[in-house]
Design a protein around this ligand. Structure first.
Ligand SMILES: Cc1cc2nc3c(=O)[nH]c(=O)nc-3n(C[C@H](O)[C@H](O)[C@H](O)COP(=O)(O)OP(=O)(O)OC[C@H]3O[C@@H](n4cnc5c(N)ncnc54)[C@H](O)[C@@H]3O)c2cc1C
Length: 249
């Protein structure tokens, strides 16, 4: 910002409420859990020391209900999700944090002799939890590209251009889909298809996981072969017939 390098931005239609608790009785395993239901998203993040962070995000038409008492509204909202933990006996560690707006903002990876990493490069919807991973990853790419050049007192401009190309190639697709979802009020047809298939089939589940963990990009995630397979799984298996009813979560 101080460098005067312009950013691009786009709206995020959601707000969020976050609160940490001790002694949350989890109903489905001990790893992080996420519910996507129309305009609403809920997350449960078990941490060390018996602390569990609860997060709820919804479109801003629901924000007024959170302004007076975000903590109560967060707990009320969580009760509606299937298998969500009962928070009534949990010990809150502090008041809920209400994040009223979180616009998507991003820049070119390198402008002149300035390179951007982390949130300075892109600060986008926290719903998908990419911020810290992208921050470490972009910092690593910058160091990997620039360090050998600096050691040899070589020209930095070509190295910065190479780094920028890599950052754009690897992350622009992810950013595009995250920014697109932030504008919308729910899943689109392709997202519904891939999520349904993932709930019914281990291979489709691994494919979705690889994308969610950002191990593959949108081109591979949405490859025609993968979508055809998801459609085949979805048609062949009824919703109640999940492939992994006792999957460890
Ligand atoms: C409510 C919320 C929930 C989030 N949830 C998640 C999540 O679940 N998963 C996830 O991966 N990400 C999440 N994020 C995003 C994540 O926090 C950021 O993407 C990440 O912290 C970015 O790291 P960074 O190092 O680029 O920037 P920052 O963490 O912002 O670090 C920048 C540092 O630079 C310092 N600084 C700024 N200006 C100067 C200056 N002039 N001189 C010296 N120091 C300066 C700042 O004080 C700060 O300490 C969330 C963010 C918010 C707000």
């Amino acid at each position: 910002m101080l460098a005067g390098v312009k950013s691009a931005s786009s709206k995020n239609s959601r707000f969020g409420a976050i609160r940490a608790y001790r002694n949350v009785a989890l109903r489905r395993g001990t790893c992080s859990q996420m519910w996507l239901r129309g305009p609403e998203t809920a997350c449960v993040f078990p941490n060390d020391g018996g602390v569990t962070v609860i997060a709820y995000m919804a479109t801003k038409d629901k924000l007024d209900g959170f302004r007076v008492n975000p903590s109560d509204a967060l707990e009320r909202s969580m009760t509606g999700f299937p298998d969500a933990p009962d928070l009534s006996s949990a010990e809150p560690l502090r008041n809920a944090l209400l994040v009223k707006g979180y616009p998507n903002v991003w820049r070119q990876p390198a402008v002149g002799n300035i390179a951007f990493v982390g949130d300075a490069l892109m600060s986008i919807d926290p719903l998908w939890g990419v911020g810290c991973g992208f921050a470490f990853q972009t910092a690593e790419w910058l160091v990997d590209t620039l360090a050998p050049v600096l050691k040899q007192h070589g020209p930095t401009a070509p190295a910065l251009r190479r780094c920028a190309k890599r950052v754009s190639g690897e992350l622009n697709g992810h950013r595009f889909l995250i920014v697109d979802y932030a504008r919308r009020h729910g899943l689109n047809a392709i997202e519904r298809l891939t999520f349904r298939a993932a709930a019914k089939d281990p291979a489709a589940s691994r494919h979705l996981h690889a994308y969610g963990a950002r191990l593959i990009g949108p081109a591979k995630f949405l490859a025609p072969r993968a979508l055809l397979r998801a459609a085949w799984v979805d048609l062949r298996r009824p919703a109640a017939h999940t492939a992994q009813p006792d999957a460890p979560v």
